[in-house]
Design a protein. Structure first.
Length: 457
């Protein structure tokens, strides 16, 4: 078992050194100072890939879309003087932060009398490590730079579309402007790692356009978000695990400083075994409304664990669903014992009282003193071969129930409890595969109904 206190100290020390190095000119992911964004650079043009889509559109206007509806061109009436073949040619995507394919819109350099709409559709897969609010549209100019269309692009999360307007054709791409790195990871219990917010386009234009003198927002390779910008679009330490600010002992803890944070996995594998680390970003173009950039971390253990759900109703009128992770603490060869962690959600229907919805934490206890446990007897056990039994006990604040004109207060532990696999004596629940423990039952001892499935994680 790793020394968790020492690990936390080491991760925080590395995190602090990283911050000091950055503040003294150390590099982001692209080797730049955190206070100086990278210099925009041009790219080569994408090369055609796949089949082009075309339509003849005249003065009355019209639309053309790729077969997968990834991009749609909407030409309004009066934008074209005569019939024109409008073509969408998929190309390799050279855009910074580019998502999927790029698109060359033809005729090359076509000028429209009225702005046309370009709509891109995104999918859930496109949001890995980013968010709809961090997406945008970029166009490659004549010098090879990618110009962000942030002031003319609108987002519709109901239809999963980004729409920009233009009066000319060139090479276009849907891009992600911000993302969390890494966007996914696998981590052992008690281990630690770092997360960083990276960006591919600055907040303001920095390089003058050689033809107009204006300063468009030009893209560059992924780099760690510079500290000056991070302090504008983020609150300090606005990081969470499973939406819990700072996390907790069950899902892991996170310690952040604006654009980067250190995460420590929990001491026991949670259920579900994948947690979501998030950093909140302020959309400064839309009233500072916050949105999360998220990364998924799968927690693995060196010891055997089960995960699953247990539905129950006990004779106290308490029903619930327990989301449980069972972690092995003892292996005697023919008997294996596990301690639980997780939560119980349900309703207390105490006789004569109003229904009371509740959430309880499962009492894990210790190997030496536990009120909840799972005991699995292996095929070599001579008394109970290939059988198992388990129990759980909820913990939490006292519960005050309204019962007519009066009320009663009871400890959570006297209400939120359940067991399965037995009626208090053998034989216990049988299994055919030790990796899958599943069963159900009607009235049995103090339980009115039960059902469960636990699988090895």
């Amino acid at each position: 078992m790793r020394n968790r206190s020492l690990l936390i100290a080491v991760v925080l020390m590395i995190f602090s050194i990283s911050l000091i190095a950055c503040s003294s000119g150390g590099g982001g992911s692209a080797g730049t100072s955190p206070d100086v964004p990278p210099t925009p650079t041009p790219t080569s043009q994408g090369t055609p890939t796949g089949t082009a889509t075309a339509a003849i559109i005249g003065a009355a206007g019209g639309t053309v879309s790729t077969p997968d509806s990834r991009i749609t061109i909407s030409v309004p009436a009066g934008a074209l003087a005569s019939d024109t073949t409008i073509t969408i040619q998929p190309i390799t995507n050279e855009a910074y932060g580019g998502i999927g394919l790029g698109y060359q819109l033809l005729p090359e350099g076509q000028i429209f009398a009225k702005p046309v709409q370009l709509s891109f559709t995104y999918t859930d897969a496109d949001l890995d490590g980013t968010a709809p609010e961090a997406l945008n549209i970029a166009v490659q100019n004549a010098d090879g730079y990618w110009e962000l269309q942030d002031l003319t692009t609108t987002l519709d999360t109901l239809t999963s579309t980004l729409t920009a307007t233009t009066t000319h054709f060139s090479r276009w791409s849907m891009i992600e402007r911000l993302r969390i790195f890494p966007s996914s990871a696998t981590l052992h219990v008690n281990d630690g790692m770092q997360f960083v917010i990276n960006f591919s386009y600055p907040m303001l234009g920095t390089t003058p356009d050689p033809t107009t003198g204006s300063k468009p927002v030009l893209g560059f390779g992924w780099a760690r978000l510079n500290t000056g910008v991070a302090s504008v679009i983020m609150d300090n330490n606005d990081w969470a695990v499973n939406t819990i600010p700072g996390g907790n002992a069950v899902v892991g803890t996170i310690y952040g400083s604006f654009e980067q944070a250190g995460y420590i996995a929990p001491a026991a594998k949670p259920y579900p075994d994948t947690v979501v680390v998030s950093a909140m970003i302020k959309d400064i173009l839309h009233n500072n409304v916050k949105y999360p950039l998220t990364a998924k971390v799968k927690i693995i253990s060196d010891v055997k664990t089960y995960g699953g759900d247990f539905q129950f109703t006990n004779n106290m009128g308490v029903s619930g669903t327990a989301h449980i992770s069972w972690t092995q603490f003892e292996d005697l060869g023919d008997v294996r014992s596990y301690l639980p962690s997780g939560t119980i959600n349900g309703t207390i229907n105490f006789p004569g009282c109003d229904p009371y919805p509740y959430t309880a934490t499962i009492d894990t206890g210790t190997p030496a003193a536990h009120a909840s446990s799972l005991v699995v007897y292996t095929a070599t056990n001579t008394l109970y071969p290939m059988q198992y039994q388990f129990s759980i006990l909820g913990d939490g604040p006292d519960v005050t129930l309204t019962c007519g004109t009066s009320s009663i207060t009871l400890p959570m532990k006297t209400l939120a409890w359940a067991y399965g696999g037995s009626c208090g004596q053998p034989p216990y629940a049988p299994y055919t595969d030790e990796n899958v423990l599943t069963g159900s039952g009607g009235a049995c001892g103090q339980m009115l109904s039960t059902s469960w499935t636990f699988t090895v994680q």
